[in-house]
Write a protein that binds this ligand. Structure first.
Ligand SMILES: Cc1ncc(COP(=O)(O)O)c(C=O)c1O
Length: 425
């Protein structure tokens, strides 16, 4: 059934850029490691052509068709007014030159305070914190700093696509531990089974993208046990730390016994304060590990976002109610969209946090999530992303689609209304 997409208010300032032109059948003749990076990130097709990421493709599709973009995870509202005003004031006040390599002291202090206030972690802002260009740079620099070519890195699968690329850039190999729809829990023994003699590091992500799974204390204890037993470092990506639902609270892996000394914790202002374009991230952990990361990071971006740093520092000190409110809003978004997806006939995994909901289109007769995502703008005026792109095991995510819930209620309500009109193929 064809449904003319009803126009829904969208904010161009929040729209992702359309980057989806194929990368010029990126050239057989171009030398270098880019091809391995593309292959690692599942961007290389059978003919050796490099495809744009699915996020770019789907965002471009949304722009072209006017469909509601629930593909890429970016909010359609801005963060707290005080945060925006503070950044404007910093620019006007002349905070426009290179900040210190580790980040401005006031932000490092605010990060340390935040970790103490929310989690009771003791972090030295002088030696144990590094401000980065988003969580993405922190991840890339940490991997490049801490693993050597030939090492193995264990990740949960499905995984955020930048992990595969960064592991490849570090010259390492990924070993994956499957999380299975719809519960997405870590199966007992699965993590230990992925660890071998070359394993150097576990790359964890909780709350988890794309599944929305929030690791339980039992699952975290299992990660800690395996890391301690095999003397592994852990890099833990906790960018969705404040987007945890149903009265639960985020538990950083570094708070578990024996873990602070072997864990680098990564987060970012982007998700917590709805400023994904600012790219202010950070990493904290033992001074010698942070020192290793700085050594690499200084030659990636050196520094970034000077006027955003004091603004984020103030935001990290906002009252707890602010943080709770963001989680409540996202939980309401999850509920709204989940209801629409269930009524449409999808099977839905109920996420404990993040920006996302994963739904199975198989009950509707769609076995190929990629094909459905390409058709969904025409069928229902909505864009999602196929979960397959987050998997090594293509069969595992074949009919699954990830939808973003970080949108205004009226946008999600309209998306849910449209999805309900989907009929079985
Ligand atoms: C799990 C995860 N880690 C890291 C990032 C990137 O964070 P940043 O924008 O701060 O680089 C994202 C963004 O979607 C994410 O989902």
């Amino acid at each position: 059934m064809d449904i003319a997409p009803t126009p829904v208010p969208t904010r161009t300032s929040g729209a992702a850029p359309a980057l989806a032109a194929p990368h010029a059948a990126a050239g057989a003749g171009v030398p270098g490691r880019w091809r391995e990076v593309a292959r690692a990130a599942n961007l290389l097709d059978a003919e050796g052509t490099v495809a744009p990421t699915v996020f770019a493709t789907m965002s471009a599709l949304a722009t072209r068709t006017g469909a509601i973009n629930l593909g890429q995870g970016f909010p359609d509202t801005d963060g707290p007014a005080s945060l925006l005003e503070d950044a404007v004031a910093a620019i006007r006040g002349g905070v426009n030159q290179y900040p210190p390599g580790r980040g401005i002291p006031v932000l490092r202090e605010a990060i340390a305070e935040h970790q103490r206030r929310f989690y009771g972690l003791d972090v030295d802002p002088e030696t144990e914190v590094l401000v980065t260009a988003g969580a993405t740079e922190a991840l890339a620099a940490a991997l490049m700093a801490l693993v050597s070519p030939g090492d193995e890195v264990v990740v949960l699968e499905p995984y955020y696509d930048a992990y595969a690329a960064s592991i490849e850039l570090a010259g390492a190999t990924r070993r994956t531990v499957p999380l299975r729809f719809p519960e997405y829990t870590l199966e007992p023994g699965a993590l230990a089974a992925a660890v071998g003699p070359r394993t150097r590091l576990i790359l964890l992500n909780t709350p988890h993208n794309p599944t929305g799974h929030v690791l339980s204390e039992t699952e975290l204890a299992e990660v800690a046990r395996v890391a301690r037993e095999h003397d592994l470092l852990v890099v833990t990506d906790e960018v969705y730390e404040h987007l945890v639902f149903d009265g639960r609270r985020h538990v950083p892996l570094a708070t578990l016994p024996g873990m602070a000394e072997r864990t680098l914790t990564i987060s970012s202002a982007g998700k917590t304060f709805s400023v994904t374009g600012w790219k202010i991230g950070w990493v904290h952990g033992p001074a010698e590990l942070v020192e290793a990361v700085i050594t690499v990071k200084q030659f990636l971006t050196y520094v970034n976002g000077a006027p955003f740093q004091p603004a984020v520092a103030n935001a990290l000190r906002l009252p707890e109610e602010h943080f709770a409110e963001v989680a409540r809003r996202m939980q309401a978004g999850r509920d709204l969209l989940t209801e629409g997806l269930l009524e449409a006939g999808f099977t839905v995994s109920r996420p404990g946090g993040t920006y996302f909901v994963v739904a199975d289109a198989a009950p509707l007769g769609y076995d190929d999530g990629m094909a459905l995502c390409l058709d969904l703008p025409r069928l229902a005026g909505v864009v999602g992303v196929p979960v397959r792109v987050f998997h090594d095991d293509q069969a595992a995510g074949a009919s699954l689609v990830r939808f973003a819930v970080c949108k205004r209620p009226e946008v999600l309500a309209e998306a849910a209304r449209r999805l309900r009109t989907l009929t079985r193929s």
